[in-house]
Design a protein around this ligand. Structure first.
Ligand SMILES: *Cc1c(COP(=O)(O)O)cnc(C)c1O
Length: 427
């Protein structure tokens, strides 16, 4: 059979009729543990000599179905689901890092990720160096002998800037490092980072994958392409792992080393596990991912163009506008459209932004994105509040802009709401 198309995979990948009952939808396997056939079966499972279910902190059939589906959509060999997007980021770094090592990351990241990287990961003895990922020389200069990964977002939250994944992957390649790409804001429908050279892809499933603001979840997808043994820098994956009776994961499992380590050690010991109910909602959401993303992008284009010609608006950062410095890159990285997340500036600055947000009726004022509903937030007073002015500006969240996540309602209703709120905000 020829390789299945994306729309087909979104509905079928990872899921066959339930072998026990024939149920067509993936059942929610609401169980903690699984009965072993006998003591020998149990021993084989614990030795990774046979793949099966032991305990739902590690694996669960509903959660595994989701992992397989997202791996297929991203073109990876395996995936591990976790409790949130932030958990996915820790799970992606965990097998690569040890005390004293660093990750070189883009300054244009989700505000919560900047916090996690600047402060919280220091408790593990890891650190992050944030640099301008538009500039290959800046990335190269930041890499040192303790660097273990590069990290960026496909479409950068909140500003909608795009990362030149091919260029960044070349830098990573030259230095023998894995590239981790947070693909939350694009979704695999708009961009498949592995095709641009990414080693690992992380997602907040909370956003477009589930698509309607019902779930908190995260996923790490492995390309299976990185040679963990080549540099000697990744002992957890390519040397005897003391946390798993001395198993060398790369030698034993090849391209599946990262995925198996993430389950057998990462989920086992960190416990940032996705629950089967959440996995079920995300599986449901993904069935309509291609349709939703098409409409998100269509609406984003209509709304961005309308805003750009409005005299009350000072700037619009949607990369699909010809005026965007990322317009040409968007043709290469996101040919189906550069997402539905962007910022715009309002005449009158901070005060006008706050007034605008308070005057909208259809838009919801929430700290979320990727919902069917149109959402808005003033990043400077909320998600990026704890950053310095300088960090905010670098992240694309200056105090005189608002961030929108354009939903899949009728575009004219979205515009009408913005129109009446701009009128109130700019009197
Ligand atoms: C929301 C988000 C995260 C964090 O995901 P949670 O599911 O909220 O933990 C990470 N990266 C990006 C780009 C996000 O939008």
């Amino acid at each position: 059979m020829t390789e299945l198309g994306f729309n087909t995979l979104a509905i079928h990948a990872g899921t066959a009729p339930d072998p026990a009952t024939g149920a067509r939808q993936v059942p929610i396997y609401q169980t903690t543990a699984y009965v072993f056939r006998d003591a020998d079966h149990a021993a084989k499972l614990f030795n990774l000599q046979e793949v099966g279910y032991i305990y739902s902190r590690l694996t669960n059939p509903t959660v595994s179905a989701l992992a397989s589906r997202v791996a297929a959509l991203e073109g990876g060999v395996g995936a591990v689901c976790c409790s949130s997007g932030h958990a996915a980021q820790i799970m992606a770094l965990f097998p690569l890092m040890s005390p004293g090592t660093n990750v070189v990351a883009s300054t244009r990241l989700y505000g919560g990720t900047i916090q996690q990287f600047n402060n919280t990961i220091r408790k593990f003895g890891w650190s992050a160096k944030l640099v301008d990922f538009d500039d290959p020389k800046a990335i190269e200069a930041a890499i040192d002998e303790n660097t273990r990964a590069l990290f960026c977002e496909t479409i950068c939250n909140p500003g909608g800037a795009l990362s030149d994944l091919d260029m960044i992957a070349r830098v990573a390649d030259m230095r023998g490092l894995p590239l981790i790409v947070d693909n939350t804001t694009a979704s695999p429908y708009l961009c498949r980072p592995i095709e641009h050279g990414a080693t690992l892809v992380v997602h907040s499933a909370t956003k477009y994958l589930t698509g309607n603001g019902t779930v908190t979840g995260g996923i790490v997808v492995d390309s299976g392409k990185f040679d963990w043994s080549a540099s000697g820098k990744f002992p957890s994956l390519a040397a005897p792992e003391p946390a798993y009776h001395g198993l060398n994961f790369h030698a034993a499992l090849g391209g599946m080393a990262f995925t198996f380590h993430s389950i057998a050690v990462g989920l086992r010991d960190l416990g940032m596990t996705m629950n089967p109910q959440g996995a079920h909602y995300t599986l449901m959401g993904i069935e309509t991912l291609p349709l939703r993303m098409q409409r998100h992008v269509e609406n984003a284009q209509i709304v961005a163009e309308w805003l750009a010609q409005d005299a009350r608006v000072t700037q619009v950062t949607w990369p699909g506008l010809k005026s965007s410095p990322y317009y040409h890159l968007s043709q290469k990285i996101t040919p189906k459209g550069p997402g539905a997340l962007f910022t715009f500036g309002v005449k009158g600055g901070y005060e006008a932004c706050v007034k605008l947000v308070d005057s909208l009726k259809l838009f919801s004022h929430v700290a979320n994105l990727g919902d069917t509903r149109s959402l808005i937030i003033h990043s400077a007073s909320t998600t990026h509040r704890q950053l310095s002015d300088e960090q905010r500006a670098a992240a694309g969240a200056a105090s005189d802009v608002v961030r929108v996540s354009i939903g899949i309602e009728d575009a004219r209703d979205i515009i009408a709401d913005l129109d009446q709120a701009l009128a109130k905000a700019t009197v």
